[in-house]
Every structure is written in C-alpha cells, then in structure tokens.
Design a protein around this ligand. Structure first.
Ligand code: ZN
Length: 185
C-alpha cells in the first residue's frame, strides 16, 4: 500500500517537475512522503492506545482524583492519582470516551507515573499549551515521546477538547483534589 502511494505521488510530482527546479521538486516529494508517514504513525499510536489503554481501571488507594467531561463528544473520564510524598507513585483512569480522549489519558498515565507532582503539572501545562496551539511547535519534540501523536488534533479544532480533557483533570486533581471539569479547551 505504501509502495503504491509512493508511485502515485511520484507521478504527480513528475508532472509538476516540468516547470520547476528538479531539486525543489524532490524536496517537496520527500517532505510530503515524510508528512504522510508521520500522520500514519501518529494515528496508529492513538488507535493502539485506544485498543489497549495503559493503566486503565480504578485505583482503590488513590489520594486524589478528578473527573473530565466533554459535552461536545461525550467523553467522561476519571483520573485517579496516588501521591507518596510529592511523587505520583500510581496513576490510573477509568470511564468512557472516544479514541482520542482514551489515548490521551493512557499516554498521560504512562508519562506521569513516578515523577514529582511539580513535574507532572509542568508537563500538563506544556501539553495543554501545545494541544491548543498557544505554543508554536518546536523543531525538536523528541522529549514528548509518544505523546507527540496527540498533537495531530491541532488540525481538528473540534477534537482538541478530547485530547486536553485528561491533562486538565490532572492539574485539577493535583491542585484541588476532586473536581468536575466541564469541557475546558
Ligand atoms: Zn472525544
């Protein structure tokens, strides 16, 4: 499938090449292939976390939790945190949601487990800023790991709340302990 797409795209670029500098044409060709491959990779990460969410289920000895609700999509997720001193020793989530909200919650639990409360809040603030487009995308996003896949929602404003929901819940759980959130973006 990838091969067929490559040939099709190259044929289109060859037509365009008649009037353009050859190097510029190649640059565009390689860039468009890379972009498509990245989007496919991002989508596969989201779908995999939706199918097999990490740290899914209630946490009986949670020390704080918060609920995230997105009326636009029906996402209804609760985040459970266990704080040992200032470290998040366990993180889980439960509830119902679309693929993006579930993947976002799953990636969140993996990212914040066993880090300090302050680092978790800083991470949530960075994710919210990137997801909502308040921050420009830096060239190097490698520190985000698989969370980079969530940034694909920037192209779909209606879905941004799905991705931000668990991160708002994290900040609220750590800030106020037990808060219902209603569709923040
Ligand atoms: Zn959703």
């Amino acid at each position: 499938m990838l091969h067929a797409r490559f040939i099709r795209k190259f044929a289109i670029v060859r037509i365009a090449a008649k009037n353009k500098n050859v190097l510029e044409t190649w640059r565009q060709f390689l860039h468009s292939c890379a972009m498509n491959d990245m989007e496919e990779l991002y989508q596969s990460i989201i779908l995999e976390h939706n199918r097999n969410p990490q740290n899914f289920g209630k946490l009986s000895d949670a020390t704080c939790s918060a609920k995230g609700y997105n009326a636009n999509c029906g996402d209804d997720i609760r985040l459970f945190l266990k704080l040992d001193g200032s470290v998040l020793s366990d993180v889980r989530f439960s509830g119902e949601g679309c693929a993006i909200s579930r993947a976002s919650a799953s990636l969140l639990t993996m990212a914040v487990k066993n880090i300090s409360k302050d680092r978790a809040v800083a991470m949530a603030e960075e994710m919210l800023s990137l997801l909502t487009g308040k921050s420009q995308l830096m060239n190097d996003l490698s520190h985000l790991g698989s969370r980079v896949a969530l940034l694909g929602v920037r192209k779909f404003p209606m879905r941004i709340k799905c991705a931000t929901l668990p991160w708002h819940a994290l900040i609220d759980a750590l800030g106020e302990g037990n808060v219902a959130i209603r569709g923040k973006a």
